[in-house]
Design a binder for this molecule. Structure first.
Ligand code: ADP
Ligand code: MG
Length: 327
């Protein structure tokens, strides 16, 4: 069945039937605006991300269900990077007229499954037609006590720079997809990323991160944002960058420097954070408590700019693979 057979309102009705409200939702999908009650004393966090067919995803290898999961995951990751608790989502879709209803149903079940995992209620959105390609825009709200919110601006000289998980897998996954691979760890990191929501919140609760960002554009670029925000510099030990077994095994297939995708490939959605040296042990303990791998990759310095160093202390020349939409 085609979308044109049920129309915009038929589709919205279908979505409304499947969306589940949470405790704070006073009025969900169906009126001119949603109504929610904020948790007393908490600040509101808002973030939005757009996914455009041909720019952010390719329907020749994206399953609609995982695309639904990912479109919420990238937003969840932004709330995680602030140490926030995700609450409500708005979903806006520009849909090609010939899109099948089956595709949309699978997309929505992936989106709502991800929402349910993180206790997020879908409370509204917008639906229109697109003349060329699918466009997905998700707005996600979250909350946290103002004093606990973790920004990009709090890093200071001597802080230790840490990352969660392993880096470069998602970019490697994209390269593998481009040469026809459809399965495996790296491919699933690209298509179905897992946002670090619980861990981001834990760091905020324990006041452990002096600055934090999620790694969407590669650690080199995203560390740059922390440095700009905090007006400091950094020294990064390239051999401390955590690499997965699959990355170590497969990176040799591509004509790039071994650490290239790990340093400047995007979409890992891991957390990059700075921690004061006297709470570093507590951070490691939090990682152990949560089953999250923590790697210290460098140190914040007073002089601005990033210095990447080899294990012998010499300078490492980074070749930037990262993605700037307008360059
Ligand atoms: P309006 O004309 O007032 O913008 P719409 O007809 O666009 O209203 O939307 C009707 C209701 O359906 C609203 O509550 C809106 O938030 C919701 N809605 C529309 N599209 C979506 C969507 N893709 N996902 C979730 N809710 C949606
Ligand atoms: Mg509308």
């Amino acid at each position: 069945m085609k979308l044109s057979e049920i129309g915009e309102f038929g589709f919205i009705k279908r979505v409304a039937e499947k969306a589940q409200n949470s405790a704070g939702v006073v009025i969900g999908i169906g009126d001119d605006a949603a109504v929610t009650s904020p948790t007393a004393g908490m600040a509101l966090l808002s973030t939005t991300d757009m996914l455009v067919e041909g720019v952010h995803f390719d329907l020749s290898w994206s399953e609609p269900r995982t695309l639904g999961r990912k479109s919420l995951a990238v937003n969840l990751s932004d709330i995680a990077a602030m140490g926030g608790i995700p609450t409500y989502a708005l979903l806006s879709l520009a849909l090609p007229k010939n899109l099948s209803l089956d595709f949309l149903d699978c997309f929505m079940s992936g989106f709502l499954e991800q929402a349910a995992r993180f206790n997020v209620a879908l409370i509204g959105g917008d639906t229109c037609s697109s003349r060329d390609g699918l466009v997905i825009s998700v707005t996600l709200m979250g909350e946290q006590y103002r004093q606990k919110v973790v920004t990009r601006n709090g890093a200071s000289q001597g802080d230790i720079i840490c990352v969660t998980g392993t880096l470069g897998d998602a970019a490697l996954g994209l390269e593998l997809l481009r040469i026809g691979e459809r399965q495996g760890f790296a491919v699933s990191r690209q298509l179905d990323p897992e946002p670090r929501v619980e861990f981001g919140k834990l760091l905020a609760d324990r006041l452990l991160a002096t600055a934090m960002i999620d790694i969407s554009d590669g650690v080199a670029a995203d560390l740059g944002h922390i440095l700009d925000g905090s007006k400091v510099g950094a020294k990064v030990a390239v051999d401390k960058i955590p690499l997965s077994d699959e990355y170590r095994e497969l990176i040799g297939r591509f004509p790039v420097a071994r650490h290239s995708l790990a340093l400047s490939g995007g979409e890992d959605y891991e957390l990059l954070l700075t921690v004061a040296p006297d709470t570093f042990e507590q951070l490691l303990q939090s990682g152990l408590d949560s089953g999250v791998r923590i790697s210290a990759i460098g140190e914040i310095t007073a002089e601005e700019g990033i210095f990447f160093e080899n294990s012998d202390g010499s300078s490492y020349d980074i070749d930037l693979y990262g993605y700037d939409h307008f360059k």
